[in-house]
Design a protein around this ligand. Structure first.
Ligand SMILES: [Zn+2]
Length: 325
């Protein structure tokens, strides 16, 4: 079959949303894109019918003939077994333990199906479709509700025994007053400091103690929320408390990136996710200032760091690419 004319059905099942599309493998163009929210209470069985229904709608809307679709790729927002055949568990939704999602999707669509963890899959999509010159050694990290990502080493997706590449759960704090509990069951992880949920926690605490005249308080009232976004907007307007929280979180993020560079000497790191995209004007200068200082002299300036340009489609693209690896 001509590679320019093959397509893959891609499914991205996360903690809050489900996206599906038919992806043209040659250039990563998406057809029949669908996005729906996934209620937090939804277990595996109810989710499966939503997944199948949304994927069917993508197939129909894409207008791609079924004989050109050579398989389906699934990105799952949680750990999956090393062979990709089962979900290990969902950290956000109950009832997923050992669920054989790929086999059930395969049975329904009569297609070969592969599945992987969302961080690794997004890394694969960003590596293959997001970089002009596809680098040999690459890291993707996203700051959204949580922090996740993955590595491509020697042009192969790397996840150790299957659960590796947990870039959101490297430690940046230890047993002191600043070491917060993390969603993973440990504490002091970069996710517990710089993710969307961690910044929302800090924003809510700040809201309780600041004066009603402060820029932060006024911003929270104005936009009607106390979140990472509130901190970022207030920091831009010059609120010193918000700036100090954002600076501390992003300096910690720079620390975790420099540790990854020290260990793996990647050619490129791409940063994605809603929190990073919406605060890049604050994040980028801190990375530029801090990372060189955190690195030994001969490692400085070797790793290109940039913001993802794929507008959140990297996970669907990675799910499509999963069939080739
Ligand atoms: Zn953690």
């Amino acid at each position: 079959m001509n590679q320019n004319d093959t397509y893959v059905l891609a499914l991205d099942f996360g903690g809050t949303k489900l996206a599906t599309a038919v992806v043209r493998v040659a250039d990563g163009e998406l057809f029949g894109y669908q996005k729906v929210s996934t209620p937090a209470s939804m277990g595996a069985e109810a989710s499966l019918s939503l997944i199948l229904q949304t994927a069917e709608s993508s197939l129909e809307k894409s207008l791609v003939p079924s004989d050109k679709i050579r398989g389906a790729g699934i990105s799952f927002g949680g750990p999956v077994s090393a062979d990709g055949s089962k979900v290990v568990l969902s950290m956000h939704v109950k009832g997923w333990d050992n669920y054989p999602l790929p086999a059930l999707v395969s049975e329904h669509f009569h297609l070969p199906v592969r599945m992987g963890n969302d961080g690794n899959i997004a890394a694969l999509g960003e590596w293959y479709y997001g970089s002009k010159a596809i680098p040999d050694h690459f890291m993707y990290i996203q700051i959204s509700t949580g922090i996740g990502g993955g590595f491509i080493l020697n042009r192969k997706l790397y996840a150790g025994q299957g659960l590796g590449a947990e870039v959101g759960h490297v430690k940046v704090r230890f047993e002191d007053a600043d070491a917060y509990p993390c969603a993973c069951g440990s504490y002091g992880c970069i996710e517990s400091v710089a993710s969307g949920w961690a910044l929302a926690r800090d924003a809510k605490r700040l809201f309780e103690v600041v004066s009603k005249e402060s820029i932060f308080y006024q911003t929270a009232k104005e936009i009607g929320e106390c979140s990472a976004r509130t901190l970022v907007i207030a920091a831009r307007k010059g609120d010193q408390d918000a700036l100090s929280i954002i600076r501390s979180a992003f300096c910690s993020f720079a620390l975790s990136l420099s540790d990854a560079i020290t260990l793996l000497d990647m050619e490129e790191i791409v940063i994605g996710g809603g929190v990073a995209v919406n605060s890049w004007d604050l994040l980028e200068p801190i990375l530029k200032e801090k990372i060189p200082n955190f690195l030994q002299t001969n490692l400085r300036g070797r790793t290109k760091i940039r913001l993802s340009q794929l507008n959140g489609t990297e996970t669907l693209l990675g799910a499509a690419k999963l069939l080739d690896i």
